[in-house]
Design a protein around this ligand. Structure first.
Ligand code: GLA
Length: 344
C-alpha cells in the first residue's frame, strides 16, 4: 500500500487539561469533568524515507534516533513512537519520520502532558480523507498508553485533550464516552497552580491504586465500583474499603458537580471540590502533606473550593475563585507558598 503521507510537513497542536472533579473514577464507571487549558503541545512530522524515527524537542532532553519497530525505552520520545507505530499499523504512514515536539505543558504536574503528545502525534498523521474521529484517536491513544507505555490509565485524559477546548468543561460519561461540552460561567475563575512537587504515573503507584479499585469491585461482585452500595463494604479489608468509599462518593460528587455547574452554583461546586480533596487524601490516599496545606490555605484565603487534581502524589491543585478577590487571593497564597507557579 502506498503511504498517504508524502514529504510535506504535518502538524497538530493539542491542549493540556485539568480535571475539575471526578478523580479515579474513569475506569470505575464514573462521570468526569476535565477542562482543557491553554498550554499546549505542537508536533511537527515529516516522512524521512528511512527505517528509523528521529525525534527531538526544545523542551525535553535527548533526541532519539531509533528503529521504527523498537520497543519503548522509558524515554519521553516513547509517547511519539507509540503513536507512530500505531499509525504505521493503520497504514496512515509507512516509513520512518522526523518529529519535532514543542511543548508548553509542565511535565509531572497532573495536566496530561503525555496524553497530549500522543494525541497530537496521532492528529498530525491522521489521513484527512479517513473518517477517523477525535474519539477514535482518544481510544487509540489510551491503548498506546496502556500497552506501549505500560500505564493502565483510564480514558479521561485522552478524551479531554482530543476533544477539549480551553475554557470549556467536558462532562464525560466514561461508560460509553458520551459527552457534553459545558461553558464555564463568567463569574467563575478556575486557577491551576503547580505545587512544585513532581510526580510520575509510571512509577507503579497508579497501577497499585487502580488494582485496588478493580479488586474491590471484584470482591463486591459489581462491574463498576461506582455502582457499589456504600453500606456493603464490610467484607473488604481496610485499604480496599477506603478505595471503594472514595470511588462511590466521588462518582456521586462529580454528577452533583455537573448539576452545580449548569446552575452556576459556585458555592456548591466549590464545596464538592473540598469534599473531593478530603476523600482523595483520606480514602484514596493519593495526596501529600505539601498539597494538603496548599489546598487548606487556598480555601482559608477565600477560594470556594480547591483540590489536588489528576492522579495525585504531587503536581497541581485546581481552585475555584471569585474573580473579585482573585488578585489578592493569589498574592496571599503565593506569600504562604513561594514555590507555587500559576499555570492557568
Ligand atoms: C490519570 C489517568 C486518568 C485518571 C486520573 C485520575 O490522569 O491517566 O485516566 O485515572 O489519573 O482521575
Amino acid at each position: 500500500m502506498t503511504s498517504p503521507q508524502n514529504a510535506i510537513m504535518h502538524s497538530a497542536t493539542v491542549p493540556c487539561r485539568v480535571n475539575l472533579i471526578g478523580e479515579w473514577i474513569d475506569f470505575n464507571g464514573g462521570t468526569v469533568l476535565p477542562m482543557a487549558l491553554a498550554p499546549s503541545v505542537t508536533v511537527d512530522i515529516q516522512a524521512n524515507q528511512t527505517t528509523s524515527d528521529r525525534i527531538s524537542s526544545a523542551q525535553f532532553e535527548g533526541a532519539q534516533h531509533v528503529a521504527i519497530d523498537a520497543p519503548a525505552t522509558h524515554h519521553w520520545a516513547d509517547y511519539v513512537r507509540g503513536a507512530l507505530q500505531y499509525a504505521r499499523k493503520q497504514a496512515w504512514i509507512s516509513t520512518g519520520q522526523d518529529v519535532h515536539v514543542e511543548s508548553a505543558i509542565p511535565v509531572g504536574a497532573g495536566l496530561s502532558s503525555s496524553a497530549a503528545i500522543i494525541v497530537a502525534t496521532l492528529k498530525a498523521v491522521r489521513p484527512p480523507s479517513a473518517s477517523v474521529t477525535d474519539t477514535d484517536l482518544a481510544f487509540a491513544a489510551k491503548d498506546i498508553e496502556n500497552t506501549f507505555i505500560g500505564v493502565p490509565c483510564g480514558i479521561m485524559d485522552q478524551m479531554a485533550v482530543a476533544l477539549g477546548k480551553p475554557g470549556t468543561a467536558l462532562a464525560l460519561d466514561t461508560r460509553d464516552c458520551s459527552y457534553e461540552l459545558l461553558d464555564m460561567p463568567a463569574s467563575w475563575t478556575i486557577v491551576v497552580a503547580h505545587s512544585g512537587l513532581q510526580r510520575a504515573l509510571s512509577d507503579g503507584r497508579y497501577r497499585m491504586r487502580r488494582d485496588e479499585c478493580l479488586e474491590a469491585a471484584r470482591q463486591i461482585g459489581t462491574e463498576f465500583l461506582c455502582d457499589a452500595n456504600p453500606d456493603k463494604l464490610g467484607g473488604l479489608d481496610q485499604a480496599l474499603a477506603s478505595r471503594a468509599r472514595h470511588v462511590i462518593s466521588e462518582g456521586k460528587r462529580s454528577q452533583e458537580a455537573v448539576v452545580a455547574l449548569r446552575a452556576e452554583d459556585r458555592a456548591r461546586f466549590g464545596h464538592l471540590m473540598i469534599e473531593s480533596h478530603n476523600s482523595l487524601r483520606d480514602d484514596m490516599d493519593v495526596s501529600v502533606p505539601g498539597i494538603d496545606q496548599l489546598v487548606a490555605d487556598a480555601v482559608d484565603l477565600g477560594a470556594n473550593g480547591a483540590r489536588i487534581t489528576g492522579a495525585g502524589f504531587g503536581g497541581c491543585i485546581v481552585a475555584l475563585v471569585d474573580p473579585a478577590i482573585l488578585e489578592e487571593w493569589w498574592r496571599d497564597l503565593k506569600a504562604r507558598h513561594p514555590k507555587i507557579a500559576r499555570i492557568a
